[in-house]
Design a protein around this ligand. Sequence first.
Ligand code: ATP
Length: 343
Amino acid sequence: MTRYHIALINGDGIGPALAASAKTILETINDNSSKIKFTIDEVEAGDGALVKFGRALPDFSMDIIRKSQVCLKGPVGESAADVIIPIRSMLNLYANIRPAKSYPNIRNLSDKVNLVIVRENTEDVYMGWEFNIDENTVIALRLTSEKASRRIAHYAFKTSMLRNKRKKKVVAVHKANVLRKGDGLFAKTCRSVANDYPEVEYSELYVDACAMNLIRNPEEFDVILTTNLFGDILSDEAAQVVGGLGMGPAANIGDHFALFEPVHGAAFDIAGKNIANPSSILLSTKMMLEWLAHKYNDENASYEGNNIENAITHMLKQNKKTKDIGGSLSTTEFTKMVSSLMH
Ligand code: ATP
């Protein structure tokens, strides 16, 4: 029997309801399986922690995260950047992974989308290097290094190799015609890494063309490899292409640790109403189990991850859905039904 220690951040807005849903499903696995068990350590972080302790990510919360094997996180509100950015940098979570997949009975632009965005997570304008030249003029610096570009490019090609696609493709997305030096370096590095993966078809797209093709031919994409800001924008677009933010999981991955979370924010407009779609955090939980399966060579973790996704797909096939995707089930009803379909 393998036991995994999971740090669970509840978050704000709809975060606690989603975290409770994930907890229910992990406890279902605890009950159903004799081969795999989870110990869940709840972590205080976000707007609530800021009010209570004066810091969005207190040291004792970070200690719990460090002692765990993996972290699952509900969306955080106003203090989101003060939670996720320090965790990413302290644990060197350099790859941001955002899949977009068509599920049955959800209004989408195509039924055949199955793509993943691999976004560099440590550089670009996210360094926060903005300076006033004078009162009315700001200059922002954008960091691009060969080292980080190479690391994320390898991650993207390895992701493509592991995916169950007949035709493996990586497209590097940039704007090297304008950002000649920074994106020029990114593109040149991706091209050189592509030589190590002859089984994967490599191409490049300017970010504007990629934004357009995501609407025009979303099913053509396999792995999109891109920089931090472009990846942020394209992944929200991709989530809408397949039916909305409520279905969108995400991962922040490093060499030794990983954090999984929904793509969306705290959605305060629907908080406390028991109507949020928990699929985003449940599909994030599935990604977490896949990551544990890969890291610890544990096929039971992989089985349970597929179990979660199959249960959600089964629900959708029967048109059992939450409000955001055209149904009428509450968060707790949806979770309970997913739990009862797990075996
Ligand atoms: P942020 O700036 O942190 O991304 P935001 O308020 O701009 O936050 P989100 O919180 O990500 O945006 O969500 C946008 C809208 O999408 C919400 O107002 C909500 O109506 C809807 N939404 C997001 N997540 C879900 C979900 N899991 N279930 C149902 N609706 C959702």
